[in-house]
Design a protein around this ligand. Structure first.
Ligand code: SF4
Length: 383
C-alpha cells in the first residue's frame, strides 16, 4: 500500500535538497544498497547498459533518429544532439538505458502535479542528456552533459520498479533532465510499473515526435509539460526547439486521456510579455484546456542567464490574472512559497479547497473528486 507524504517526510526531503534537482548527493538514503559503477565503463565499444533505440532509420549520412524533431543524422561512433544516442555497427543505441544519474523520492507537488494523487510520493529518476539547450536550464549539470560525464547507477527497469515499490511510492516520475532522451528506459520501466500497480508520470518539455509519443501514452498516467513561451522565434533562440511541436504534444496527451498539467516559466526579458501570455492562455482555452492546471513558475538566475533578475512576483500575479481572464479555471504561481496562488480554489463557489504551503498540503476539501462545499466536480486523479 503506497504511503502519503507526511509532514515529517516533507521536512526530511527538504533537508536532503528537495528544493532543487537532486543528483548523487540526494542519494544518501540508497547509498548503502546501490553500488556505484565507475564512470566511463564501456563494453564492446558500446555502453554497458545500451539498448537499441526504437525510432530510427538508416540513411547514407548515418542513422537518422526519429524520436524528436531534431532528426539527428548520426554517423558511426558519433552521438546525437542530446548526447544519449550513438551509432555502432550500423545500429542506433540508447546509452542511458538503466543508467540514471539522479534519483530521489519527491512529493508529487514538486513536479508540479497539483491535481494528481495529492501528497503522494514519486520515485523520481533522470539520466544525463537533453534534446533542447535552454539558456535558463535549471538542471544543466546533468541535462547538458553526456552520460560519459556523469556518475551513473546500474538500475535496470525491474530494479527501478522494485525500488519504487519498496519505498512505498505511488508513482515513478521521469523527470529532472528530459525523459524523452531516455525514452526506451522510461517506456520499459513504465510498462513494468503499470503491471505492479504503480503509476507513471512524465515531466518534460514535450519536444517529441508524435508516433513515439502516442506509443508512450499507453503507460503514462500523468504529465507536466513545459510550455516555455508562445513564440516559435523565442523557442528557437532560448531553447533550440519549436512551439508547434509542443502544442501538438499537449493535444496528443489530451486526446490519449493522460492527466495533464502545464508549466510556463516566466523569464524576465524573454517570456514575460503579458500580451504573449494572454495569447497563450486564449489558445489554451480555445483548444479545450480550461480545466488543465497551468503553473506560472518563477525564474531564478541560472546557467547562461545569471545576469537576469528573478521574476518579480507582481509579473507572475499579472500572468495568472490574464490566464484566469482568458477562462482558465486552475492557475497557479510556483516557486513563490507562501503565495495565495499556490492554493486551489473551486471555480464554482470560489472557496479555497486545497490549502498548500510549498509542497505540503495543509487542508484538502476535495472529496471523491468534488468540492466539499458545493459539489462542483474538480478535474484530476484523486485518491
Ligand atoms: S532524441 Fe537525441 S539523437 Fe534523437 S533526434 Fe532528438 S536530439 Fe537527436
Amino acid at each position: 500500500m503506497a504511503k502519503k507524504m507526511t509532514k515529517r517526510d516533507f521536512i526530511r526531503y527538504a533537508l536532503l535538497g528537495g528544493g532543487a534537482v537532486v543528483g548523487l548527493s540526494g542519494m544518501k538514503m540508497f547509498a548503502s544498497t546501490m553500488p556505484m559503477p565507475a564512470p566511463g565503463e564501456i563494453k564492446g565499444g558500446v555502453w554497458k547498459w545500451s539498448k537499441e533505440a526504437e525510432f530510427y532509420v538508416p540513411t547514407p549520412r548515418g542513422m537518422r533518429c526519429q524520436l524528436c524533431p531534431n532528426e539527428c543524422d548520426i554517423e558511426e561512433g558519433k552521438t546525437g544532439d542530446c548526447r544519449t544516442r550513438v551509432t555502432e555497427d550500423g545500429k542506433l543505441y540508447s546509452i542511458v538505458y538503466g543508467n540514471p544519474c539522479s534519483m530521489h523520492i519527491d512529493p508529487i507537488e514538486k513536479k508540479p502535479l497539483f491535481h494528481f494523487l495529492p501528497q503522494s510520493r514519486a520515485f523520481s529518476v533522470a539520466t544525463a542528456g537533453c534534446n533542447l539547450a535552454c539558456l535558463n536550464c535549471q538542471n544543466w549539470q546533468i541535462s547538458q552533459k553526456s552520460p560519459k560525464e556523469t556518475r551513473n547507477y546500474d538500475l535496470m527497469p525491474e530494479k527501478l520498479v522494485d525500488k519504487a515499490a519498496s519505498n512505498q511510492c505511488d508513482s515513478i516520475a521521469y523527470t529532472y533532465s528530459e525523459p524523452i532522451v531516455f525514452y526506451e528506459y522510461m517506456y520499459d520501466s513504465a510498462r513494468m510499473a503499470r503491471d505492479r500497480g504503480i503509476k507513471n508520470v512524465m515531466i518534460s518539455a514535450g519536444y517529441i515526435k508524435e508516433r513515439p509519443l502516442r506509443q508512450l501514452c499507453r503507460y503514462i498516467d500523468a504529465a507536466n509539460i513545459d510550455l516555455k513561451s508562445f513564440s516559435n522565434d523565442i523557442y528557437m533562440r532560448l531553447n533550440a526547439g519549436d512551439l508547434d511541436t509542443v502544442l501538438n504534444t499537449l493535444k496528443v496527451f489530451k486526446e490519449e486521456g493522460v492527466w495533464l498539467e502545464i508549466t510556463n516559466l516566466v523569464v524576465p526579458e524573454w517570456t514575460d510579455d503579458l500580451d504573449m501570455i494572454k495569447r497563450m492562455s486564449q489558445w489554451l482555452y480555445k483548444e479545450g484546456f480550461e480545466d488543465t492546471p497551468l503553473h506560472f513558475s518563477r525564474f531564478h538566475p541560472m546557467h547562461k542567464l545569471t545576469h537576469l533578475p528573478a521574476t518579480p512576483v507582481s509579473t507572475l500575479n499579472e500572468a495568472r490574472q490574464a490566464a484566469k481572464d482568458a477562462g482558465l479555471n486552475y492557475v497557479y504561481v510556483g516557486n513563490v512559497p507562501g503565495s495565495e496562488a499556490e492554493n486551489t480554489f473551486c471555480p464554482s463557489c470560489g472557496k479555497k479547497i486545497i490549502w498548500r504551503r510549498g509542497y505540503h498540503i495543509l487542508k484538502n476539501h476535495v472529496k471523491d473528486g468534488q468540492c466539499e462545499y458545493c459539489g462542483q466536480s474538480i478535474p484530476g486523479v484523486w485518491h
